[in-house]
Design a protein around this ligand. Sequence first.
Ligand code: MN
Length: 278
Amino acid sequence: MKLFRFNGGRIGASTVDEAGRETSYDLTEALGVDPGAWPPVQMVQLIARFDERMKGIFAHPAVKPIDRDAVRLEVPVEWPNKLLAYPVNYVKHGEEMQSKNRADLNGFFLKANSSLSGPNDPIVLPDLPGREIHHECELGIVIGKGGRNISREAAWDHIFGYACLVDMVVRGNEERVMRKSYDTFCPFGPWITTADEVPDPAQLQAKLWINDELRQNANTRDLIVDIPGMIELASRVATLHPGDIIATGTPEGVGPVRKGDRLRIEIEHVGAMTLDIQ
Ligand code: MN
């Protein structure tokens, strides 16, 4: 299933029938969701009680098919408890940055939750003359079942789904959390693809283009700290909650963006987004 937010906090889902045909539905009324409620935690609440709240939902009289291409998709998780990110998690990216940092040595950092933006939101560059602002193409993991001290073996059971994630960053010497926390510096989406629809998360090709130039093209099999390892390590420190997002680290090929560029990220079995840079 693909789960998405649209048109001001409404919640939708896309399912594929046995013939392979995908249909999308507006679940807002059937789920009893108030799209305008603040804080915008409706998707987090749904993820936390997903099986229970989705039971029989598609038979609910208020559920109507919609044309997903005709609505405005929004960031699927707007208000998680945490947005964790792993730094240098591919050897070749460490080499290109001439960095001794490695995710297995340095652990994770945090980005401001408010840096999250959606598949139809532009990336707005801050006015910082002379500074490079880079794209990082990453797989985003969405936590389903929370927990502390989650083992490698149990980690897969805690994953709700996956989305494309771009970790934008101003290169330089200020605190990393600040350089990565500008508004719109974490495009995430276009939807959450639930874990059951991703055949092998440890074998996903992820690509990122700036305009027509393919800049990043790598596979999650080359992660230094793999997906269960990231959950194990993070949950040793902090309780993971439903809806938490983990940015898995970028492969090589990062580079600068400029106003007027167009960024495209594509992850197989997960989704794709094309974003304007302003
Ligand atoms: Mn990153």
